[in-house]
Structure formats: structure tokens, C-alpha cells
Design a protein around this ligand. Structure first.
Ligand code: ADP
Ligand code: ZN
Length: 430
């Protein structure tokens, strides 16, 4: 199942040819129309005419989120304002928001990419998509909405929150697919369980598109099993349109990154040099089609790797792995670098652990992991609880090489976020 078969299965050589043409054009436009880019190019001693092959990409300076902020609000626009039809800002997980603009063509192109993603995972015209992302300034909901309408599915613009209503919408309109953050879906699954709703019997759900925050393979499995659905990973960021940058196909072995729209690099964040294929580094992306606001060599701060080899679905666009973490998420305890992802992976693999957890950093050598456990265990014997606790401590120690304190909580104790979950509370910097 393809939305645009020709471009999705294009040979590597014609793809690279297309990329080069688009790169040259985007570089020329940025140089000519965006003074901030012209300054950066001049500073690094590069002119648009120096870009004659894809290998020349490395000559171009990086764009960072500081560049976006410094040029806020209109500084990076490459088109007259009257051509702009849409504004989005990032959710600001890390610091101040960044403004991104779309022309009508940009809006349409972002929707095309979503249409590719949805069709790739089996979504058809007769599907019903409940869009549980936040509508508004963020890209997540609206970009998905336009893409789904393009495919012709019925979109329910539910937005997050009001869990009871989410469930009744699913029942009344026979929702077949949902677009949601992993943390909110885990919570939703928990509520369903409490209300004795059996998803396979009482709902028509077939698949969930999960993105906006990192989650582990263990979390995917947990959701797939508890809801009896297929979960597909969806990666995107506001700077690159929002969702639809990279998406899993039915193979679920990494996310195809639409390389006709985005140039893909994985670099060593320290040196800025390209990593050997297959090794983990920082994802760097260049928009190839954006009219309103081209962004060249954007440092996403997201850590991933390119999955070597071809995918059996027939798509030729390379795949990236699940996002291992954000460079900004890493924290240090007892001198050890730790990503919240590592902790999640361990927790979600332990039987008896429920959905929600939080990491509290109290000092530079002590951390506490607060984790909700299944209600029957919480109400059960003390011995069982103590065993579970020491099992979690041991497994965490083996993974992160630091012994954390672990507190077991009754389900529903920790706050639930409707947007991105806040997993780490760093009391050292409060
Ligand atoms: P921010 O969160 O920086 O305010 P966005 O709302 O644009 O900005 O979110 C984009 C970020 O969300 C990405 O850079 C990435 O860190 C994270 N993200 C998005 N999708 C995924 C995903 N499927 N897996 C892991 N992280 C993701
Ligand atoms: Zn594939």
C-alpha cells in the first residue's frame, strides 16, 4: 500500500540526484532571501556555487535552535509575509518556543507526507482517526489532521484530555486509529481497564500512531498487548513541519525518513563529523522542499542511528532507529550519564509495573525512581511488594550502573500529562 509509490520506491541514484537539485535551490534561496543565512555562509566561507555534490553538504554551517530563537519571530523567513498562511510554534519542552511558518504549498506538502505515512501502515478511506494530540500552536494535531483528510479518513479532532469522552467517542464513532502521545495512551489504557472496557471486544481500534516523546520497545509491546492493536512510531519536530518526518512501515523495524523532503545526516555531536552508518549520533536535517522557511543542517539534538540495509516493504528511503534520547534529557548521577529512556526500558519490562513513573534527582549522587505498580500487587502481600522492589532496583543497577532508590506507588498517584510527559524532576536545579 503506497500513497505515492513512485517517489516512495525511487532508486537511490535518482533520489540523490533529486536531493542535490533541491539542495542547491534551497541554499541559493536562503543565501539570497535570508540575511541571517547569508551572514552565516559568509562567516564559514561558503557560497551557493560551492555546492556541487551532496558531499559538499558538510561545507555548510549548522543551524541550531539558538539561531531560530535569535531570529524570532520573522528573521528566517524566505518569502514575503503575504505568502504565509500558517504559524506553528514548538511545544517548548526545552526552553523558549520557536516560530515556524508555512506557505499554502508547505501546508499541502506536510499533509502529503502524513498521507504517505498513514497509507504505509494500512490506513484507508474508511478508517476513523481520533486525533488526541493538542490542537493549537503545536504542529502535532493540525499537520496530522490535514494529512488524514487528504487520505479521506474521517478525522475526529478530539484533542487530549477528558478520558471518559475519549472512550465514548471511540465507541460511538467506531474509531479505528488514534494519534496520541505514548504517556497519555498508557493512561488511557489504564482507565479502560478500571472501567472494565475490553478494547478488543468493546472498541474497533486497530492501530495507534505514537510520537512526540521518546518511548521504548517495551512500552510499544505493553500497549500492543493490552489494547490488541498495532502501534507505529511517528517522529517529527516543529522545525521540520511537525509529524511526518519519519514513520514506521508495517515491518516496524525503524522509521523511514522521507529523504526527498529532508536530507539526513547523523553526526558526532562533539566533532560535527558524520558518524559511520549504523552508529548512534545526533540527527541533523535539512529541509529540501520548504518554501516559507528553509532550514539548513538543523541540529535536532535527537540521538538515533541509521538502520543499514533495505526494508522489505520496498521503500527506498532510509530508516532511523527509535529516538534513543534527546541530548538535553541526559542527566548525570555519580558521574554516570543516564537517559530517562534506559530507566523506562527496564521498568516496562518488569511484570507488575503499571504505566506511570517519574525520576527525582535529589543530589548529584542520589536519584529516586517513583513507579506505579498494578493495583492487585499494591494491595497484596508485603513480601511480594518487597521482592518486586528489589527486583526493580537490581535491574536498574545493571542497566545504569547506579543504585537508585525505588518507591512503589498505587496506580493513579503520579500526575498524568496530556501533552509531553515530564519524566525527570531535577530538584538540584530548582
Ligand atoms: P519541543 O518538544 O522541543 O518543544 P516539538 O514539539 O517540535 O518541540 O517536539 C519535537 C521533539 O519531540 C523531537 O525533537 C523529539 O525530541 C521528540 N519526538 C518527537 N517524536 C518522537 C518519537 N517518535 N520518539 C521520540 N521522540 C520524539
Ligand atoms: Zn519499510
Amino acid at each position: 500500500m503506497f500513497w505515492q509509490k513512485e517517489i516512495e520506491t525511487i532508486g537511490r541514484e535518482p533520489l540523490e540526484q533529486l536531493q542535490l537539485e533541491r539542495l542547491k535551490q534551497i541554499v541559493r534561496r536562503a543565501y539570497k532571501n535570508v540575511p541571517a543565512y547569508a551572514d552565516k555562509f559568509i562567516e564559514s566561507g561558503v557560497k551557493p556555487k560551492d555546492i556541487t555534490s551532496l558531499a559538499d553538504l558538510g561545507k555548510l554551517p549548522f543551524t541550531t535552535r539558538e539561531d531560530l530563537r535569535e531570529n524570532y519571530p520573522f528573521g528566517l523567513l524566505a518569502m514575503p509575509k503575504e505568502q504565509i498562511v500558517r504559524l506553528h510554534t514548538s511545544s517548548g519542552t526545552t526552553g523558549k518556543p520557536k516560530a515556524i511558518f508555512f506557505t499554502r504549498k508547505d501546508v499541502d506538502q506536510a499533509a502529503e507526507l502524513i498521507a504517505r505515512c498513514l497509507v504505509m501502515t494500512g490506513t484507508k478511506k474508511d478508517d476513523v482517526l481520533q486525533n488526541i494530540m493538542t490542537y493549537g500552536l503545536f504542529t502535532g494535531a493540525l499537520v496530522m489532521h490535514y494529512g488524514a483528510e487528504k487520505v479521506g479518513v474521517l478525522v475526529i479532532p478530539a484533542g487530549p484530555g477528558n478520558t471518559e469522552r475519549q472512550i465514548s467517542l471511540m465507541q460511538d464513532f467506531k474509531t479505528t486509529a488514534i494519534h496520541v502521545t505514548p504517556s497519555y495512551l498508557l493512561y488511557l489504557a489504564n482507565v479502560m481497564q478500571k472501567k472494565r472496557i475490553n478494547p478488543t471486544r468493546d472498541l474497533s481500534l486497530k492501530r495507534a500512531y505514537l510520537g512526540a516523546e521518546p518511548y521504548s520497545e517495551e512500552t510499544r509491546k505493553k500497549i500492543e498487548e493490552s489494547l490488541g492493536i498495532d502501534v507505529y512510531n511517528s517522529y517529527g519536530l516543529t522545525e521540520m513541519n511537525g509529524p511526518g518526518v519519519a514513520f514506521e512501515c508495517k515491518e516496524k523495524k525503524g522509521m523511514h525518513l522521507w529523504e526527498d523532503n529532508f536530507l539526513l545526516e547523523v553526526i558526532d555531536p562533539e566533532t560535527g563529523q558524520n558518524m559511520p552508518e549504523g552508529e548512534v549520533g545526533e540527527l541533523v536535517l535539512t529541509t529540501l522542499c520548504r518554501e516559507a522557511m528553509p532550514i539548513i543542517r538543523y541540529r535536532t539534538r535527537d540521538l538515533t542511528r541509521i538502520i543499514p540495509g533495505a526494508c522489505s516493504c520496498g521503500r527506498t528511503h532510509r530508516r532511523i532507529s527509535r529516538i534513543i534520547g534527546r541530548a538535553d534529557d541526559m542527566f548525570i548521577v555519580r558521574g554516570v550519564n543516564i537517559f530517562p529512556q534506559q530507566i523506562e526500558r527496564v521498568l516496562m519490562g518488569v511484570r507488575g509495573v503499571a504505566q506511570n513513573y517519574q525520576i527525582i534527582l535529589e543530589s548529584y549522587d542520589q536519584m529516586t525512581v517513583m513507579v506505579e505498580i498494578m493495583k492487585d500487587i499494591f494491595d497484596g502481600s508485603l513480601e511480594h511488594m518487597l521482592n518486586l522492589k528489589s527486583d526493580i532496583v537490581n535491574k536498574l543497577r545493571a542497566e545504569i550502573l547506579v543504585t537508585p532508590k525505588v518507591e512503589l506507588l498505587e496506580p493513579g498517584t503520579l500526575p498524568v500529562s496530556e501533552g509531553k510527559a515530564k519524566r525527570v524532576i531535577d530538584k538540584r536545579t530548582l
